[in-house]
Write a protein that binds this ligand. Structure first.
Ligand code: SAT
Ligand code: MN
Length: 598
């Protein structure tokens, strides 16, 4: 077989993996539309894809996974650094040699009866000095189709790779070989043997057993966050779990804002916000990942390395996120949503009545009396970012865009006010390092438990979390930098009746407007133990529908007992890092304790 590259490292690696995994054939992807259509057609024939009605949703497909393979599996995600202490207390660690030996045994013959696809891909725009090249080898055509939407594939990538360029070796197998004559299933996987392993020193990713999302689309969390965060540490930049948006005020001021929120906490909705405040405009640059580098002007410049959105479907509607609804009207892959009788998709929270005769996400007729949702809570759409009606013109600018403000947030019923401004960059790092959020369906496990999720990077930081905090703090030592201001936001406070106090979605533009007023020096703030909050009258709440009986105070009041409990909770969160915790953060905690006790 001849391959369209002379890159020796790639050719050798393909040979090595072919010998190990013993696929029936090897196919080198070119990333063309024709190739996508052919693979999609094969997936339709196999029963993995169902083509949706061309009248309803042209060129779109529906897939449903094995019920045991529906989300990222954090318990099976490993950082295999040479030294255990470099993975830190928040990651699963395994000795790299041992992991490689275990996984080599799993990979042996794992692609029998299947096609092995070689996908050269690029994270980041073509021509950007910041873009990273990877090659994913996979035995899943579903993965190839998704990767084509989420990353750049094809000739420009091979050109960037050249004859001796390096790339992140990203190996993936669903771990379900086929014996001679054995029929395939619609969603092959091996849920009892899942491993999502990262080798930070050698910049390698080995994934086995799962075909879903971040477990299998290796350019996303594995490369653009876990491996990239290690590169960023070594090279002085940041690889973050952040959305990226452009905000234009009625006066024409432009600010680029990033936001770090855990999975399924509304990043896509915020990135595509349609402001309720007249005259404000939000444009989208990214909804999940942002790479930040210091520019020549001393500002941080942000870039979304992804080409598409892999967003949570349930809850998305014309009232919560009209732009998303318009983004996936065509050319979209839906996974684990429900299917309508007339060949369209449906999920809980979509506009209008629930249609009759649904097929649920497991592929069975939906029984509304079952008490179960028709769509899986982590059902997803995969769609090209270019289809977003409010995508910013500069979203693929190879230099990125200069960042004015960073938001950190999560789901918190209590304590965290609607918005707080950090006192300084270091205080911002403190806020990021102590972020907490209630768990969601984006990862396997219980939902709704409060857990510390520093910088929303708990599942995605490729090295010791305390060193990561230290890396963030280092930016403050560089006096030549003009760093963004940092804000903690919380759209999810609840009242005593368990109702959300803040309406969220488009109304979040009010918070963004206050932030711009702060950046432009127009708005006053008031000190609280947690940070600066809007002074009376400075946050425009005119006409906003809060929960019945709620006032501004319900959004900002800090309960003293809750605050004192929070100080202790942070202290025990920090305790896991021992003396690797940067001294500055211990000082920030003491300062908070002192403010809380006044
Ligand atoms: O990691 S996924 O890409 O499956 C989705 C997420 O958790 O943000
Ligand atoms: Mn995410």
């Amino acid at each position: 077989m001849t391959f369209p590259t002379k890159n020796k490292k790639l050719l050798d690696w393909v040979d090595e993996i072919t010998a190990l995994c013993e696929p029936e054939e090897v196919y080198f992807c070119n990333g063309s539309e024709e190739e996508f259509n052919q693979l999609a057609q094969q997936l339709v024939e196999k029963g993995t894809f169902k083509r949706l009605s061309d009248a309803k949703r042209p060129n779109s497909y529906w897939a449903h996974s094995d019920p045991k393979d529906v989300a990222r599996v954090e318990g099976r995600t490993f950082i295999c650094s040479e030294r255990e202490e470099d993975a830190g207390p928040t990651n699963n660690w395994s000795d790299p040699a041992e992991m490689k030996s275990t996984m080599t045994n799993l990979y042996r013959g794992s692609m029998r009866g299947r096609t092995m696809y070689v996908i050269p891909f690029m994270m980041g725009p073509v021509g950007s000095p910041f873009s990273l090249v990877g090659v994913e080898i996979t035995d899943s055509a579903y993965v190839v189709c998704n990767m084509r939407i989420m990353a750049t594939m094809g000739a420009p990538v091979l050109e960037a790779l050249g004859e001796d360029g390096d790339f992140v070796h990203s190996l993936h197998s669903v771990g379900s070989p086929l014996a001679e004559g054995q029929d395939d299933v619609a969603w092959p996987c091996n849920p009892d043997n899942i491993f999502i392993s990262h080798f930070p020193e050698t910049r390698e990713i080995w994934s086995f057993g799962s075909g879903y999302g971040g477990n299998a689309l290796l350019g996303k969390k594995c490369l653009a966050l876990r491996i990239a965060s290690v590169m960023a540490r070594d090279e002085g930049w940041l690889a973050e779990h952040m959305l990226l948006l452009k905000l234009t005020s009625p006066r024409g001021e432009v600010h680029y804002v990033t936001g770090a929120f855990p999975s399924a906490c509304g990043k896509t909705n915020l990135a595509m916000l349609v402001p309720t405040l007249p005259g404000w405009k939000v444009e989208t640059l990214g909804d999940d990942i942002c790479w930040l580098r210091v520019g020549e002007d001393g500002r941080l410049w942000g870039l979304n390395p992804e080409a598409g959105f892999f967003g949570v479907a349930p809850g998305t509607s014309y009232s919560t996120n009209p732009s998303a609804m318009e983004t996936f009207t065509s050319n979209t892959i839906f996974t684990n949503t429900a299917l309508t009788a007339d060949g369209d998709v449906w999920w809980e929270g979509m506009d209008g009545e629930r249609p009759d005769n649904l097929t649920d996400w497991t592929g069975k007729p939906y029984d509304p009396d079952s008490g179960k949702p028709a769509a899986h809570p982590n059902a997803r759409f995969t769609v090209s970012a270019a289809q977003c009606p409010q995508i910013a013109a500069e979203w693929q600018d190879p230099r990125g865009v200069p960042i004015s403000a960073m938001l950190f947030g999560g789901r918190r019923r209590t304590l965290a006010p609607l918005v707080t401004e950090a006192y300084s960059w270091e205080h911002g790092v403190f806020l990021g390092s102590t972020m907490a959020s209630e768990t969601t369906a984006a990862a396997v496990g219980a939902v709704g438990n409060l857990r510390r999720d520093p910088f929303a990077m708990l599942p995605f930081c490729g090295y010791h979390m305390a060193d990561y905090f230290g890396h963030w703090l280092k930016f403050a030592e560089r006096k030549d930098l003009k760093l963004p201001r940092v804000y903690l936001v919380n759209w999810f406070r609840k009242d005593e009746n368990n109702r959300f106090i803040w309406p969220g979605y488009g109304e979040n533009s009010r918070v963004l407007a206050w932030i711009v007023d702060r950046l432009e020096g127009r708005a006053d703030a008031q000190e609280t133990p947690l940070g600066l909050v809007p002074k009376a009258g400075e946050l425009d709440l005119d006409g906003v529908a809060l929960a019945p009986g709620a006032t501004k105070d319900s959004l900002f009041a800090i309960d003293r007992a809750d605050l004192l409990a929070e100080v202790e909770a942070i202290a025990s969160h920090y305790a896991q890092f021992g003396d690797r915790l940067p001294a500055r953060l211990a000082e920030e905690l003491s300062a908070l304790r002192a403010r809380a006790q006044v």
